[in-house]
Ligand binder design. Structure first.
Ligand SMILES: C[S@@+](CC[C@H](N)C(=O)[O-])C[C@H]1O[C@@H](n2cnc3c(N)ncnc32)[C@H](O)[C@@H]1O
Length: 210
């Protein structure tokens, strides 16, 4: 079956040290000063970007029709798969709690045989070995219509990668795993806007509405 495959990249999802208040995840809203000496601090402490983007993707008609295959990758390297028929918690605090469980135990719920989210690959290289190089959405890529990007991805069974970090660029090691870099507008967009455009376009292509 033809599907859209999406991987959200370099999500800033990290457990806060146990002696930090307002855990369980590092969250810039509460840990701004504590992050000041961290490397690449501008890319860290924003799990809300992953949360919003996951909610949009999971609640899309495309996903509800079973036509979306969804993964996310974190800045610490692991790749997780999200089951299509389950719901990510809408409340941000609940989301942070299950993400902390995921980082600790590799799946949520931790005792389930059919988890909602689980670790599928230890790193992005393993994902690429199984799925091939991905098409990377990038504001400085070649300008393309969204429909062209989506058609190419579906026809070639390539995943589409979207960055879910707050500022800056992808790591060089991430860019090297892309076979193409495409831009869909002249300026920088938010991850959830790009996700929304991709699923809308894929719905037009894959779903018979009549
Ligand atoms: C990581 S964030 C934005 C970070 C941005 N570089 C900044 O410093 O504000 C949004 C993600 O959405 C995608 N994106 C943003 N603008 C885009 C555009 N014009 N065309 C295609 N994808 C875009 C990229 O995958 C990007 O990594």
């Amino acid at each position: 079956m033809r599907k859209l495959k999406v991987i959200l990249l370099e999500a800033s999802l990290e457990l806060a040290p146990s002696n930090w208040p307002y855990g369980p995840l590092i969250d810039k809203r509460y840990h701004y000063h504590k992050l000041s000496n961290f490397p690449q601090k501008w890319k860290r402490g924003r799990p809300d970007i992953l949360h919003t983007t996951l909610l949009i993707l999971q609640d899309s008609v495309l996903n509800r029709e079973g036509l979306l295959e969804l993964y996310f990758h974190t800045i610490t390297g692991e790749v997780y798969k999200v089951r299509s028929d389950e719901r990510v918690p809408k409340h941000y605090d609940a989301f942070k709690e299950i993400m902390a469980q995921l980082l600790q135990y590799g799946k949520v719920p931790r005792d389930s045989e059919e988890p909602l989210i689980w670790k599928a690959y230890d790193d992005l290289s393993q994902f690429v070995k199984d799925h091939g190089k991905f098409i990377l959405m990038h504001e400085k890529g070649e300008l393309r219509r969204v429909s062209e990007v989506v058609s190419e991805a579906i026809e070639t069974n390539a995943a589409i990668g979207i960055g879910v970090f707050p500022r800056g660029d992808f790591r060089r090691s991430t860019i090297k795993k892309a076979r193409k870099l495409y831009s869909i507008w002249k300026d920088s967009l938010k991850a959830w806007t790009v996700a929304c455009k991709l699923v809308s376009s894929a719905e037009e292509l894959l779903i018979q509405f009549s």
